[in-house]
Design a protein around this ligand. Structure first.
Ligand SMILES: NC(=O)c1ccc[n+]([C@@H]2O[C@H](COP(=O)([O-])OP(=O)(O)OC[C@H]3O[C@@H](n4cnc5c(N)ncnc54)[C@H](OP(=O)(O)O)[C@@H]3O)[C@@H](O)[C@H]2O)c1
Length: 238
């Protein structure tokens, strides 16, 4: 049975991604920084006959990441897919010149450094995948410099979130280039503006719609792309 680790899988887009991958037969490892929320997510998915297992994982806490990797190694031996889904949004309408340095740093800790730490720690397990590991970085169209990059852009003014996703896209590119001669594939996904707790339910897409592109990139066959940025409609400009 194929294995997938999803960070921030206890709710929102991550939880729905777990459900969709579970339905097609994956063993879904539900990363959650909160034990109660993670165990609850596991119970819901098991009730739906999905193979799910909660794993304590705070992407800003390297000890939990290392412990999670040790557990996966012992129980499953390898990892077929990693979905770096955890993310936070702290801008809340505060313009770039007014945002606190601490909010900027916290956002990067989760949305960028956290992804790096999880990816680096899980790579040996992904490289043991028999069909080649898949990494999906859940980014955002708000991180696209092409879309942000003119003075009349309709992208939102949110320095912390947008720049953390731009940096995440750079990470996707760098890792994809390093591993381009291996079976590993690493891509960024843009799920679109989706109703979740992150935006107080204001998003216009459902989590079911948002998860589709993530699932597609997690299940790419050996001819699939690497080092790309995709939404439902196809490629997103960097
Ligand atoms: N919703 C949108 O419109 C939208 C659009 C584009 C991209 N995205 C991206 O999609 C991803 C999922 O967002 P969402 O909309 O589903 O938001 P959400 O419902 O707020 O879920 C975010 C998840 O990330 C987890 N998380 C936050 N900090 C963490 C940490 N330090 N360690 C581990 N987990 C952590 C949360 O855990 P807790 O429950 O413990 O807080 C939660 O499980 C994010 O990367 C987001 O940037 C969302």
């Amino acid at each position: 049975m194929k294995t997938v680790l999803i960070t921030g899988a206890n709710k929102g887009i991550g939880f729905e991604t777990a459900r969709q991958l579970g339905r097609i037969g994956y063993m879904v490892l539900l990363g959650s920084r909160n034990e109660v929320r993670g165990r609850y997510a596991e119970i819901i998915l098991k009730d739906e006959d999905i193979n799910a297992k909660f794993i304590l994982l705070d992407v800003t806490n390297i000890e939990t990441i290392r412990t999670a990797a040790g557990f996966i190694e012992k129980e499953y031996g390898s990892l077929d897919a990693l979905i770096n889904n955890s993310g936070i949004y702290m801008d809340n309408g505060i313009p770039p010149s007014q945002i606190d340095l601490s909010a900027l740093k916290q956002t990067f800790d989760t949305n960028f450094f956290g992804v790096f730490a999880v990816t680096k720690t899980m790579l040996p397990l992904l490289n043991k995948s028999t069909e080649g590991g898949r990494i999906v970085n859940v980014s955002s169209g708000q991180g696209s410099l092409s879309r942000n990059g003119n003075l009349n852009s309709t992208s939102l003014l949110q320095l912390a979130y947008n720049s953390s996703k731009t940096a995440l896209n750079a990470l996707t590119i760098q890792f994809a280039r390093e591993f381009k001669e291996t079976p590993l594939k690493i891509n960024s996904a843009a799920p679109g503006f989706t109703a979740t707790e992150m935006n107080g339910g204001k998003g216009i897409r459902t989590v079911q719609q948002a998860a589709v592109v993530i699932v597609r990139l997690a299940t790419l066959d050996k001819n699939g792309p690497t080092g790309g940025f995709f939404d439902d409609a196809g490629e997103v400009p960097w």
